[in-house]
Design a protein around this ligand. Structure first.
Ligand SMILES: [Zn+2]
Length: 169
């Protein structure tokens, strides 16, 4: 398997080094991926941060319906959506839903492009800026990882829902 956070071929992906450790979120039973100290420091509200003993060993819960964003089972710390400074796209149902945190792409913007003119430029544009070294996923994306995988999924979903040019694919 390709060692890439975004799982898309022919696309530049930022090479953030994050541990692939996982742990189980006690609130939903879902798997969470390890998240670095730098990500927590920039996205968690200050008073909440101050109350945490150590920022090591935290995981990011990816379950859309679970209110927990970061958890640490050893310290018994569970940080919820309201403990963060930003909206976590995968856990939001109301617009605007952020998909790319570095360059401001939302699900709505991608879907609009798919409705008219028919396809989204998101993956291409984001990938160009990633290549230029402009992304800051580690401190802007709640997962601490590259957003391209999620952006690609959103584009595919949009094409399924609104794509007019499906025959060409
Ligand atoms: Zn969870």
């Amino acid at each position: 398997m390709k060692d890439s956070c975004c799982e898309i071929d022919d696309v530049a992906c930022c090479d953030i080094k994050v541990s692939e450790d996982t742990a189980i979120c006690k609130e939903c039973g879902g798997k969470g991926k390890s998240v670095g100290e730098i990500t927590l420091k920039s996205l968690v509200k200050e008073p909440v941060l101050e109350a945490i003993e150590s920022l090591n060993g935290f995981y990011y819960c990816e379950t859309p319906t679970c209110g927990v964003v970061y958890f640490n089972n050893e310290q018994q710390v569970y940080l919820h959506k309201e403990d963060l400074k930003i909206r976590v796209g995968i856990k939001e149902t109301e617009s605007p839903i952020p998909v790319c945190y570095c360059f401001g792409w939302t699900k709505e913007r991608i879907f609009e492009q798919i409705k008219q003119p028919g396809n989204s430029t998101a993956v291409r544009e984001i990938s160009a800026r990633v290549k230029a070294g402009e992304c800051e996923c580690e401190i802007k994306n709640p997962s601490g990882r590259c957003c391209l995988g999620n952006v690609n999924k959103t584009v595919k979903k949009g094409l399924e829902l609104y794509g007019k040019n499906k025959r060409k694919e």
